[in-house]
Design a protein around this ligand. Structure first.
Ligand code: DHB
Length: 311
């Protein structure tokens, strides 16, 4: 389950695909570990170059390169921190098939998998839209997913990685769908899909797949990430929905972490900055956060969680 004293996780994506990368995280000061989003079978992903970052953020169109779901199940034997498997699949059926296989594995193995972060928001599969933007499909996905879950007695935490929403009424619609199901957490946001960063000196795109467009992360997306956490927080409070919120998007210093907590985040994930700085970012950012909390004489995160004031 989630640790009480360390709110930081890596964001699924950077440096969580191979055994070495996952062990590197396990030896770090991150609180919990999330695997690379997996498919049923191993994939090599899209053509390279497929990742680029500058001072302001990142663009990626990885195309789900991963070692297949079985590898991430077996890794649970080597990881001592709370461990979440991120599940993508190339479509809803494949994703649900992996969910079922993971639950079966948990039921029949003496191993510890703390949660599933089910990805409804991969923007990089050529020709496929994001489940999180099709509300009917999303509702049916939840129904099928929790129908499968009922068959098993050992229940990991179940959460969903959501795409960014840009319309206020969408938060209402998504919250109303989610309140029908026993969801433990949501992670918001995934990258902003299908952006474009260009190298103007060369007149070139920075990545090759999909004519250069890909998911945007880092500073570029922080205002959208904050707004998504804040809007879900407000909606959940109004509707008495008890779903934890993991904030993600552009966290690179203690102040960013503090801002996400003010918006109502319970936990925090770090993606682009983890890619840049490696695992030392988790220690640095949590120490910076502690300095801000001490300076403001805050003893418990509950004193600031969701306490953003409207001017
Ligand atoms: C990939 C990108 C994502 O934003 C995501 O959520 C899952 C996978 C990728 O391209 O590999």
């Amino acid at each position: 389950m989630f640790p009480d004293n360390n709110i930081f996780l890596n964001a699924s994506g950077p440096k969580c695909t191979t055994q070495d990368e996952l062990i590197n995280l396990n030896n770090s000061q991150v609180g919990s570990i999330v695997s690379k989003s997996c498919t049923l079978l191993e994939r090599s992903g899209n053509e390279e170059p497929r990742y680029y970052h500058n001072n302001m953020g990142s663009i990626n169109s990885m195309g789900l390169p991963n070692l297949g779901h079985k590898f991430y199940l077996e890794m649970s034997k080597k990881i001592s921190k709370p461990y979440f498997i991120s599940i993508a699949g190339l479509n809803c059926d494949e994703s649900l098939e992996i969910v079922e296989k993971v639950l079966k594995y948990i039921e029949t193995n003496e191993t510890k998998i703390d949660g599933l972060e089910i990805n409804l928001s991969c923007p990089n599969i050529i020709g496929k839209g994001q489940i999180g933007y099709d509300f009917e499909v999303m509702d049916k996905y939840f129904l099928d997913c929790f129908t499968i879950l009922k068959k098993y007695s050992k229940k990991p935490l179940i959460g969903f990685k959501l795409p960014p929403y840009f319309e206020i009424h969408h938060f209402d619609i998504v919250s109303d769908i989610m309140k029908k199901y026993p969801i433990d957490f949501i992670t918001c946001i995934n990258s902003i899909g299908n952006g474009l960063i260009i190298d103007f000196t060369k007149k070139k795109t920075c990545i090759r797949p999909k004519y250069g467009v890909g998911g945007i992360g880092g500073d570029y997306v922080k205002p959208t990430g904050l707004s998504n956490v804040w809007n879900f927080y407000l909606n959940f409070k109004k509707k008495n929905i008890k779903i934890k919120i993991i904030g993600c998007g552009g966290i690179k210093k203690g102040q960013d972490a503090y801002e996400y907590l003010l918006c109502g985040a319970d936990y925090l994930q770090i993606g682009t900055q983890f890619y840049r700085e490696d695992v030392v970012c988790f220690k640095r950012i949590s120490e910076e956060l502690k300095i801000i909390l001490n300076y403001n004489k805050i003893n418990s995160l509950e004193e600031i969680r969701g306490k953003l004031e409207v001017i």
